[in-house]
Design a protein around this ligand. Structure first.
Ligand code: TYD
Ligand code: MG
Length: 459
């Protein structure tokens, strides 16, 4: 243990908020009961200011942009198109990437598969696991496929050993699985605590910048709050990816929430199979498989995830309520939006929805919160209410305002092209998008609408 002044502080396990006393609710992220007591060494915290030399070799002198040379800045191809897109083209040299997600969602599997692809390109990769034994990793690797010898494995939790190994081996890519198991002697609190996780990330950040190795950190999201979550380190790393999905469903979504090298909100879709994760290159097709035929209350909407249009089925079940207060429920959509749209329909179209229960479901377990799905939701509600099915080949998008007007949305052309690719024949869209779209639809019939009444008349 390094000498220094030891002080007791309280950290929020969810967001890393620091406080000198215990609090029931975190002022930073408003979660309850997440504060834990930790002993920190103020001396080591002060001694950690040497990152500037790693970031800039100019010894503190300001330089102009033209004086900076870009070399070796090429991106490493992971051979996963879905992952490359989320990363902004590939793995940037010297970058620190956080891969967060619930335990068991497939983070280790994904990263081991990335290791496999890199090792077949003879890129030196080091996989450091603090969770599994070498034999366990081997067992997983056998399910995934063949590896070459440019992948090296290490089972270690001691941060100083990890640091030394990275310095000695000088790999191009390092995987740390997981950050919550790493332990530094410099910090007195237990592994997984906020100060340990921060210290480990700090050391890895310095390594990534000085040695120009790309480091991936795995961070578990935990509901119980006994270990520090990945949100604690989001501000320190270059890129934050979250691996999401229902553990019981087979598909997984890799979402970029922060990226210093590309656009955020990009998603990559994977399917978990027996032999590991497989890319889903056409997620719209995947999401629409198993759609019921001629069912009332069902329509396909086009939502945008990053730069990518995604066709998803929206279902609404409307039935007469048996209680005084009708029940409204959504899965994957915003409940407030549903209430608002139902009020718009009641007022502007005179539908008696106040006596109805309403359930809205986004098929496939995806969460949509883009206003562009409003028009689809309105049509699904009316279709469910009147019990009349919307034709199979109709797709709709548009934002609905309080007076029932349909407002234009961004990237209408991309949405139409995606629908055309999957064989949709009719698209209902805002009149305000007429200019941008022009003849993007090709064979498709485009119905421009000003308000929800027009849209219903069109059907
Ligand atoms: P894992 O990568 O260990 O999750 P994490 O590192 O995020 O905790 O994923 C484990 C799950 O994936 C486990 O439930 C089994 C499943 N799995 C497959 O279905 N196929 C496979 O080829 C592999 C390796 C795992
Ligand atoms: Mg794992």
């Amino acid at each position: 243990m390094a000498k220094g002044k030891l002080t007791t502080v309280y950290f929020c396990n969810s967001c890393g908020y620091e406080s000198s006393k215990w609090m029931g609710q975190c002022p930073g992220c408003h979660s309850w009961n997440t504060f834990t007591e930790e002993t920190v060494n103020r001396q080591t915290a002060k001694g950690r200011t040497s990152l500037s030399s790693a970031l800039s070799p100019s010894n503190g002198k300001p330089v102009s942009l033209s004086g900076i040379e870009l070399k070796d800045e090429d991106k490493i191809d992971t051979h996963f198109k879905e992952l490359n897109r989320v990363l902004g083209g590939g793995i940037v040299r010297g970058s620190l990437t956080l891969v967060g997600g619930d335990p068991g969602i497939g983070k280790s599997t994904l990263l081991l598969q990335v290791c496999r692809q890199l090792s077949t390109d003879n890129i030196p990769v080091l996989y450091i696991s603090g969770e599994e034994s070498l034999k366990q990793i081997k067992m997983r690797a056998e399910r995934i496929g063949e590896f070459t010898d440019s992948l090296k494995l290490l089972c270690e939790t001691d941060l100083s050993v990890v640091e030394e190994t990275i310095r000695k081996e000088k790999p191009s890519v390092v995987i740390i699985d997981s950050i919550q198991t790493m332990f530094s002697e410099e910090v007195s609190s237990a592994p997984g605590s906020v100060s340990q996780v921060r210290e480990a990330t700090w050391v890895l950040l310095k390594l990534a910048k000085t040695l120009a190795v790309s480091i991936f950190i795995v961070g578990h999201v935990t509901k119980e709050g006994t270990v520090a979550g990945p949100r604690v380190l989001e501000h320190m790393v270059d890129t934050v990816l979250y691996f999401e999905g229902d553990r019981h469903a087979s598909y997984r979504i890799l979402r970029g929430v922060k990226n210093r090298f590309g656009s955020t909100n990009e998603i990559g879709v994977f399917e978990m199979r027996n032999e590991g994760l497989i890319e889903v290159l056409n997620p719209s097709e995947y999401m629409l498989s198993g759609r019921p035929k001629d069912a009332a209350g069902s329509i396909v909407v086009c939502a945008l995830e990053g730069t990518r249009p995604l066709l998803i089925e929206l279902q609404a079940l409307i039935c007469h309520t048996n209680f005084g207060i009708p029940r409204r429920q959504t899965t994957g959509a915003d409940l407030n939006r549903l209430n608002l749209l139902m009020a718009v329909l009641e007022k502007r179209l005179g539908l008696h929805l106040g006596e109805c229960d309403a359930y809205v479901n986004v098929a496939g377990g995806i969460k949509l919160n883009e206003p562009a799905i409003d028009l689809g939701m309105v049509l699904a509600i009316v279709s469910g209410y009147k019990n009349i099915a919307i034709p199979q080949d109709v797709m709709a998008f548009g934002e609905v305002g309080l007076s029932g007007e349909v407002r234009s949305v961004s990237m209408a052309e991309a949405r139409i092209k995606e629908a055309a690719k999957l064989g949709f024949k009719t698209c209902i869209l805002p009149a305000g998008n007429r200019e941008q779209v022009k003849d993007a639809g090709g064979e498709m019939r485009l119905i421009y609408v000003e308000n929800v009444k027009d849209a219903l008349n069109a059907l």
